[in-house]
Design a protein around this ligand. Structure first.
Ligand code: SAM
Length: 217
């Protein structure tokens, strides 16, 4: 059904080189990005867009994140094989595939029903099997907590308290926080119950909706 040939692999290798030049150092993350066929997420006519380092519309007013953003967040997440990872904002499912390539056990939650339905059919057809949920990820996923890692792929007004509660001890949360247009990447570590925060570059995500986001939208 899907074709992944030398041309696609060549484009992917080029993307990996671009990400390396832009400062991504973690070879495991680069390797994972080098494995996920991003063009499967695009119509054939849009192949030229699939391996550019750009976000792209996926319908419902949402985007598949820019590869650099995926690489940056994934690098900061420091995923180890077997980690239980919560992703808030399934979107296209691309980020979830990268996390699966790193050997994580991925729980991914999407607020938009159409995107949730699409991802939960599409990803398994490519051989990627995270556990899918439909709902408000700003409240986390209490039934499956705690999580070793939590990644939020939509811009939040502040760090949702539910996500801090659901982070395991020794865990890492990566979340863009700011206003509706621009957000700073925040990395929070929980160690012996104490939270440590680091702040990084500015990014531009679509808004995190829901109870601990920007409201119902
Ligand atoms: N990770 C995605 C990917 O790999 O394609 C990109 C995510 S897109 C930038 C942000 C997603 O977050 C959108 O699909 C949006 O519907 C979703 N979203 C927004 N608020 C949410 C919430 N409270 N819970 C779960 N998903 C949410």
């Amino acid at each position: 059904m899907f074709e992944d040939n030398y041309r696609h692999r060549g484009l992917r290798n080029k993307l990996v080189r671009t990400l390396r030049k832009k400062g991504i150092k973690d070879e495991r993350v680069l390797e994972a990005i080098g494995k996920v066929p991003r063009h499967f997420f695009f119509d054939d006519a849009l192949l030229e867009h699939a391996y550019q380092d750009k976000a792209f519309p996926i319908g419902e007013g949402q985007t598949i994140s820019q590869p650099y953003t995926v690489a940056f967040q994934t690098e900061k997440l420091q995923v180890r094989p077997g980690d239980k990872v919560l992703e808030v904002g399934t979107g296209s499912g691309y980020q979830a595939c990268v996390l699966l390539e790193l050997g994580a056990k991925v729980f991914t939650i999407e607020y938009n029903r159409n995107l949730y339905e699409k991802a939960r059919t599409f990803l398994p057809s490519m051989g990627y099997r995270p556990t899918f949920f439909h709902g408000d990820g700003s409240k986390g996923l209490p039934s499956r907590a705690p999580f070793d890692r939590i990644i939020v792929t939509a811009g939040a007004p502040s760090v949702p308290s539910a996500l801090l509660e659901q982070l395991a001890d020794g865990g890492i949360l990566v979340i863009p926080v700011g206003d509706r247009e621009r957000q700073q990447m925040v990395v929070i570590r929980k160690k012996d119950g104490i939270l440590q925060e680091e702040r990084y570059d500015m990014f531009a995500f679509v808004p995190l909706l829901g109870a601990e986001g920007w409201g119902a939208g």
